[in-house]
Design a protein around this ligand. Structure first.
Ligand SMILES: O=P(O)(O)O[C@H]1O[C@H](CO)[C@@H](O)[C@H]1O
Ligand SMILES: [Mn+2]
Ligand SMILES: [Mn+2]
Length: 406
């Protein structure tokens, strides 16, 4: 019985990307810098965590060896185990963007070799024509924001005006995204989702990867808070991915968290939503119980990126990693002969880095399962090797990109 479980720790990079300078990210290292801050006592938070970064389970699967391989150094303050129990390596990204869809599609065998459309960072992000079309077709009297921004900052800045005027808050980042923040009650969640759909269609000719609906609640800047009802409206991948190939071979793909949205629901048989890493882990464990021979359970753990990486919150990121690490034995306990678990990431988001955007980095690749012998699989030339490994493990035909490391 062969089953595969793929966990993407969203934004958990390990530094070392050869092309980092092209993205103004030379030296960025999500794991390395978190470990450094923790070891220096600069990531303590009362009641949350303290001291050096503690990831005993990930370390025993080779995470620290991966860090050394990817960026030249073991992470600071973390004891290096003598023996490693998993297949371990790092992977370069070949896709041009350092965004979530590019990373996930590349993992699934479809690197993004075209350029996404992006919005300018000087002056208005969105052209007058686009704003006019949004107002007309989306039936709103105007938009707020119209700039590059951090999603939590911009709702503090414009939230009250948004409630007063009904104008949605529209912003972007260095990713190919158009984000729309609106109040769940005053503006209405359904209306926000409809507007996002309308904008999605308007943006197709501009090659924009995603429209993201960002509902929030609260009445004042200090109480505004984004909710778990975020929705991503992605363009479909440019060609069939591992997920489509599995479905064509009559396999189930159980997509936990935002995975379904990222693949525009192509190649997904079961959509399982959850809010927050703890609930994502709970739903993943249930999906593993349900998964049958030949199935893939594919989970995105979004908190690392959304709540801590973009917020440049080192202590928060460290605590989330430690919590994830603590729950890994629950996954191990469910693994049966024939199961393969791969853990990786889609890009970096170094919480010590300038700005609030993703960082171009290598990602860790950890694979384990009963009967899979631990070894060093080196630096892989593309994330696509991960998807190919799953294809080989589940016994479907090889795709066009990547090489299995099994
Ligand atoms: O600041 P927030 O709204 O979290 O936005 C972040 O989330 C987007 C999608 O991951 C990224 O493009 C980044 O801009
Ligand atoms: Mn991501
Ligand atoms: Mn992100």
């Amino acid at each position: 019985m062969a089953r595969a479980f793929l966990f993407v720790l969203d934004s958990f990079g390990v530094g070392g990307a050869r092309d980092a300078a092209k993205y103004n990210d030379e030296g960025a290292n999500t794991l390395g810098h978190i470990a450094q801050f923790c070891a220096a006592g600069a990531a303590n938070r009362d009641g949350l965590r303290e001291g050096p970064l503690k990831l005993p389970n990930l370390s025993s699967l080779g995470l620290l060896h991966i860090a050394k391989m990817a960026s030249g150094e073991f992470p600071a303050g973390m004891p290096v185990p003598e023996r490693v129990f998993g297949l371990h390596g790092a992977a370069n990204e070949v896709s041009r963007g350092k965004d979530t869809p590019s990373g996930h599609w590349e993992i699934a065998g479809t690197p993004v070799m075209f350029d996404w459309g992006y919005f300018p960072s000087d002056g208005d992000a969105f052209s007058a024509d686009l704003v006019e079309a949004i107002c007309e077709e989306g039936k709103v009297s105007g938009i707020l924001g119209n700039c590059h921004a951090s999603g939590t900052d911009i709702i503090q800045k414009h939230g009250e005006e948004h409630i007063r005027t009904g104008k949605p808050i529209c912003y972007t980042s260095t990713d190919s995204v158009f984000q729309i923040a609106a109040h769940e009650r005053h503006f209405g969640l359904e209306r926000l989702l409809e507007l996002s759909n309308t904008v999605r269609k308007l943006l197709d000719p501009l090659n924009i990867g995603r429209v993201i609906a960002r509902p929030f609640i609260g009445e004042t800047p200090s109480t505004f808070e984004r909710t778990g009802n975020r929705r991503d409206f992605s363009v479909p991948p440019p060609e069939d991915t591992l997920l489509d190939r599995l479905v064509a071979a009559e396999r189930k793909v159980l997509a936990v968290g935002k995975v379904g949205d990222i693949f525009a629901h192509r190649g997904v048989t079961d959509v399982i939503k959850a809010n927050g890493n703890a609930a994502l882990m709970d739903r993943t464990l249930e999906a593993i119980d349900r998964a049958e021979h030949g199935n893939l359970v594919f989970t995105n753990f979004v908190d690392f990126d959304m709540l801590y990486g973009h917020r440049r919150d080192v202590a928060g990121y460290a605590a989330a990693l430690e919590e994830f690490d603590r729950r890994l034995p629950e996954v191990h306990a469910k693994m049966k002969p024939g199961d393969l678990l791969i853990m990786t990431a889609d890009h970096g988001c170094d919480p010590t880095w300038r700005g609030t955007d993703h960082t171009r980095e290598r990602v860790p690749v950890m694979a384990l399962g009963p009967g899979i012998r631990a070894r060093d699989i080196g630096i892989r030339q593309s994330y696509a090797d991960i998807g190919e490994t799953i294809a080989a493990h589940l016994g479907i035909a090889a795709g066009r990109q990547g090489r299995s490391f099994l």
